[in-house]
Design a binder for this molecule. Structure first.
Ligand code: CO8
Length: 263
């Protein structure tokens, strides 16, 4: 059982097909120290193994923060280029693990999402922010650059000009501005409640199709339009071979809700 797993800084709650991973270290605004990053990686591995889980929500514990970044108090241990590179690669691995999950992953941004915290949200498929959330990549103000994917995922999501503005000014944006620039998909009074609604809407659709859409978009972002269209055609072909496709068409023609089995 996922919710019986014991971690120090990560909590998993499962309600039917929705798992909620809470980064729970509120005394440090959920900052990602090495232990927390490792616990997130372990938790995500367990979630992948669990066939019951059809969607994952990632959120932050406490009132103030989603995740306020990598843990700055551990930066003193970093001594040189090699250490820095290793830390960035370790964080990038976890973000990659999240972004390549075959199920929808929604960030419920309930407060500060800064630095590595915003990078965690960027590794998710969809972002829901609470009205009071603050988002930003403050790294240049610390003499760093974003290292958990921010320089790559942010421009892919909102475009180069907007991404460079945010990274070079290191400014925090409020939820409304984040919505206007496409950095978040929804703003709601309660990010977690809205994230559940979004997850439920996604769970109504055919799981194999959902997973293949994610694969098509993800792989397509790394290639040319022509290459991406080939990937789309291949994966489209795979959906046509599923029982769920037959079910979806039959349900439409018979004016009834579809019941997908993930086959
Ligand atoms: N790391 C460690 N501790 C933190 C962090 C953090 N990122 N953020 C907050 N905390 C701690 C504070 O130190 C404080 O602890 P204490 O009570 O023991 O003094 C506690 O959380 C509460 O924070 P504040 O008192 O500062 O709360 P405020 O409401 O006054 O301010 C802010 C909230 C604005 C969010 C403020 O805490 C802040 O600016 N935090 C730092 C945000 C930041 O700069 N994050 C980016 C870090 S860099 C990063 O993420 C790089 C990722 C890629 C790494 C690649 C490696 C090479």
């Amino acid at each position: 059982q996922l919710d019986e797993l014991e971690f120090d800084n990560v909590q998993i709650d499962q309600h039917g097909p929705i798992a909620v991973l809470t980064v729970n270290r509120p005394r440090a605004l959920n900052a990602l120290n090495a232990d927390t990053l490792s616990e997130i990686a372990q938790a995500v591995n367990m979630i992948i193994e669990d066939a019951e889980v059809g969607a994952l929500i990632i959120t932050g514990g406490g009132e103030k923060a989603f995740v306020a970044g990598a843990d700055i108090s551990e930066f003193g241990d970093l001594e040189g280029v090699y250490d820095g590179r290793e830390l960035a690669l370790a964080g990038q691995d976890v973000m990659h693990q999240i972004s390549s999950l075959p199920i929808p992953v929604i960030a419920a941004i309930n407060g500060y999402a800064l630095g590595g915290g915003l990078e965690l949200a960027l590794a998710c498929d969809v972002r829901v922010a609470s009205a009071g959330a603050r988002l930003g990549l403050p790294e240049t103000g610390l003499g760093l650059i974003p290292g958990f994917g921010g320089t790559q995922r942010l421009p892919r999501l909102i475009g180069t000009g907007r991404a460079l503005d945010l990274i070079l000014t290191a400014r925090q944006v409020k939820a409304d501005e984040a919505l206007a620039m496409g950095l978040v998909n929804y703003v709601a009074d309660n990010a977690l409640t809205k994230a559940r609604e979004v997850a439920e809407a996604m769970l109504k659709n055919a799981p194999i199709a959902v997973s293949l859409v994610k694969e098509a978009v993800r792989r397509g972002m790394d290639t040319t339009l022509e290459g991406g269209l080939e990937i789309e055609a291949d994966l489209f072909g795979m959906t046509v071979a599923t029982k769920d496709f037959r079910e979806g068409v039959d349900a439409f023609l018979n004016k009834r809700p579809a019941e997908f089995q993930g086959e």
